[in-house]
Design a protein around this ligand. Structure first.
Ligand code: PLP
Length: 415
């Protein structure tokens, strides 16, 4: 890329940005360019407002009455129904609950329950490790079940599909490389092999129009603390297509999934629809922060979000290659829009130290082994000018070898 993008072009991009007003919905600290919304989204002002209300009024004053009066008991379904539009699902197909890891466990068991004659689970060996760990845990509980990993047992998922495959757990966007999968096409192939498709949307929800129902997805899981900005440890979500309601089962049969929780029945009877995906009492304060975070999305056009995400990542790639290419950074994200999520990774042999130096200068991204510097581009609060400024700082750190300072070499627990 040899184009030189000048300050005037960048200012014009910000002026024309239909989402520019949304930045004000967030608390963004002064001096910070936040390129880590793919790990932990920033604080929405509405989430802060809801947290305060939930703690002071609903808990402080309402006490136990708030389970009914403030709608606490219904939060998994009310938040799930609001989130449904963002992932191309219908109300009634999604609940917000538990963690992504736990939801993977439930979704895999639910899928196995729909394919009783089959014993193989396929997952991605290079995907986010918890997905594989959870799949291993499911296999350990089911005699005869086995796990096959794409990227390890065979190059691709398609190579592993066969008569014995019950379920395929697949990432919509890879957490490390940012590669986006074609959901409709892969779901069709999984179905053609007679298997169930479980999609992990951790890195796509909130960055594009996900179309679970159109793609024919069976189950899906995902985070709300990344691009959806629900807060650290915010409840995750799980989707089950309506055609599977009343048919799937999962072993975490807690009272919240019961048809009539307050009957205190001794026998478990699964609730209707998506309800059997619920297990027990949820962290209500986190749920209330999430409902504030979802307010920000109510009037958002996801086509605009995707268009800006691609424009931001295009700009970042062009500027890094133009200004920093000679310092040993190499692109590890797809150039093709159809294959790109909303993050861009660049590899550098000293990626960890370079990232630490960036963070010290207020450009917050993160690092993934062995040498990936990850930069997430959340269209609701990032400006094109932020991308330009971040690349200037990266250039300074590389050109002047600022990253060589010993303080940037020490590894923290969370990278
Ligand atoms: C972030 C992420 C998770 C996190 O799981 P938790 O249970 O919330 O810790 C799982 N899978 C993928 C693909 C992720 O990106």
């Amino acid at each position: 890329m040899t184009t030189t993008i000048d300050a005037g072009t960048i200012a014009a991009l910000d002026e024309r940005d239909p989402l520019r007003g949304k930045r004000d919905a967030f608390v963004i600290p002064d001096g910070v360019i936040y390129l880590d919304g793919n790990s932990l989204g920033p604080l929405p002002k509405a989430a802060l407002r809801e947290l305060k209300l939930a703690a002071e009024q609903e808990w402080g004053q309402g006490l136990i009455r708030s389970w009914n009066a403030a709608g606490w008991f219904d939060l998994p379904t009310t938040t799930g129904n609001r989130l449904a539009r963002l992932i191309g699902a219908e109300p009634g197909e999604v609940v917000c609950t538990d963690t992504t890891s736990i939801n993977i466990f439930k979704a895999l068991h639910a899928a196995l329950s729909l394919r009783p004659g089959r014993a193989t689970i396929i997952a991605e060996g290079t995907g986010f490790p918890t997905d594989v760990y959870m799949a291993e845990g499911v296999v350990s509980m089911r005699p005869g079940a086995r796990l096959k990993l794409a990227g390890i047992d065979a190059p691709d998922i398609e190579d592993l599909l066969g008569d014995d495959v019950a379920v395929v757990l697949v990432n919509h966007v890879d957490y490390r490389t940012g590669v986006l999968r074609d959901m409709a096409q892969l779901t069709e192939r999984i179905h053609a092999a007679g298997a169930i498709a479980v999609w992990d949307l951790c890195h796509s929800a909130g960055t594009m129009k996900v179309d679970l129902d159109t793609a024919g997805a069976d189950f899906a899981v995902g985070c709300t603390y990344k691009y959806l900005n629900g807060g650290p440890g915010a409840p995750a979500f799980v989707f089950a297509a309506r055609r599977h309601h009343g048919r799937f089962a999962q072993p975490l049969t807690g009272w919240w999934g019961h048809a009539s929780p307050f009957a205190f029945d001794h026998a478990f009877r699964p609730g209707d629809g998506i309800r059997p995906m619920l297990c027990g009492t949820q962290p209500i304060l986190s749920m209330r922060a999430l409902s504030g975070a979802l307010d920000v999305w109510d009037d958002i056009d996801l086509e605009q979000v995707r268009a800006k995400s691609l424009a931001l990542t295009d700009l970042f790639i062009a500027l890094v290659e133009e200004r920093c290419g000679r310092f040993g950074v190499t692109l590890a994200a797809p150039r093709l829009h159809a294959q790109r999520g909303s993050q861009v990774s660049f590899r550098h042999p000293n990626g960890y130290a370079v990232m630490q130096a960036l963070v010290e200068r207020g450009v917050i991204g993160d690092f993934r082994e062995p040498d990936y510097m990850r930069f997430g581009f959340a269209p609701l609060y990032l400006r094109y000018a932020d991308v330009d400024a971040a690349v200037s700082i990266l250039h300074d750190i590389l050109a002047n070898e600022i990253w060589r300072a010993p303080r940037f070499a020490a590894r923290a627990t969370v990278t």
